[in-house]
Design a protein around this ligand. Structure first.
Ligand code: NAP
Length: 320
């Protein structure tokens, strides 16, 4: 089968399309024919080697964490799944393996693709959607219904951000979103009451204060966030650096305001919840661009450059 691989650490230029042996599902695993995937910044960050001291990757390796596909083979003890079903998952092994004609996935990570949701819409959701949900609900303490808090989403038109805007709005929160001016109308349509263009000066202050802030844009400093949080407000930080870790420790000692590092914990229960909302029409995926899986290098270049609305989709050919 064909698989996109990085034979060594590097940027998109190191990716190659190779013929590799078809994997065999082990205990608890499914072999899936890929139908759709999507790009997440962690894919190219892992391949670049910047995270090698935290997460070492055996190479050559096939990237890609988001998976929608048809079950071809079922390994022993793989629960309720059977051949021919369409499943959705955030693959839990590193660095994924979705950017190939066929992929292995743990049955425990999989959910059946609900009727009426396209593979492309479902494949945009797992990693980014679960991160948005867990950041708001688990790390920031947002209730999923009847929430009255003021929530700021920085990067509201991006992969994680566009799901976060919808989840907070559906919960009942007053949602303010920071995005580029050209994305204002679409982010408003997702449920943001106030849109702030990040090119405006002092933009975080415009609609302050906020009880909850989710930063999806890797803003480097705590000070501008601290200023606009309520007295017991909480910031979810989804990108990590040594500076942020030190700041988190110091803030614990010195302030009632809190910084919560968010690290996605992929699980089928949260994915099922999100797919349920999508089926009911309360959550949608925005896929601003798509590439065939063999053009993954171009998809990564675009994701690194930024500026795409929502997610970048990855497509696969239909079987002959
Ligand atoms: N901890 C975890 O488990 C976890 C999980 C998922 C993602 N992440 C990390 O979270 C980050 C975001 O991921 P993503 O998938 O949402 O990426 P993304 O799709 O590239 O979104 C980033 C967003 O930031 C916006 N942006 C850029 N500069 C900005 C600024 N100065 N002010 C406000 N917004 C700005 C972009 O808007 P424009 O396009 O309009 O410029 C874009 O909407 C990445 O660093 C990723 O690695 C972490």
């Amino acid at each position: 089968m064909k698989a996109v691989q990085f034979p060594r650490y590097g940027g998109p230029d190191v990716l190659t399309v190779n013929d590799v042996p078809e994997p065999v599902p082990g205990t608890g695993q499914l072999l899936v024919r890929m139908q759709a995937s999507s790009v997440n910044p962690i894919d190219w960050k892992l391949a670049s080697g910047v995270l090698r001291f935290l997460m070492w990757i055996k190479r050559p390796a096939t990237p890609g964490f988001d998976l929608v596909g048809e079950v071809l083979q079922v390994g022993p003890q793989s629960g309720k799944f059977s051949i021919g079903q369409q499943v959705v998952a955030r693959i839990s092994q590193n660095p994924g393996g979705a950017t190939a004609e066929k992929a292995l996935v743990s049955a425990k990570d999989c959910v059946l693709l609900p009727e009426g949701i396209t593979p492309q819409d479902a494949a945009a959701l797992p990693l980014a959607g679960m991160t948005a949900l867990q950041a708001l609900r688990d790390d920031c303490g947002m209730k999923l219904t009847g929430e009255t808090k003021r929530v700021l989403i920085v990067g509201g038109s991006g992969g994680v951000g566009h799901y976060a805007v919808q989840i907070a709005h559906q919960a009942g929160a007053h949602v303010t979103a920071v995005c580029s001016g050209k994305r204002a109308a679409v982010v408003r349509s997702l449920g943001a009451s106030v849109i702030i263009d990040y090119q405006q000066q002092d933009h975080l202050r415009s609609d302050a204060p906020y009880d909850i802030i989710l930063d999806c844009a890797s803003k480097p400093n705590w000070a501008p966030f601290e200023e606009v949080l309520t007295e017991r407000g909480v910031l979810s930080q989804i990108t990590f650096s040594a500076g942020w870790l030190a700041r988190i420790a110091w803030t614990k000692l010195s302030s009632k305001k809190r910084i919560k590092p968010t690290m996605l914990k992929p699980n089928a229960k949260d994915l099922s919840l999100l797919l349920g909302w999508m089926k009911q029409g309360n959550l949608q995926s925005l896929v601003g661009a798509s590439f065939p899986f063999t053009d993954l290098a171009d998809a990564w270049r675009l994701n690194e450059k930024g500026g795409t609305l929502g997610k970048i989709g990855i497509t696969y050919p239909e079987p002959q």
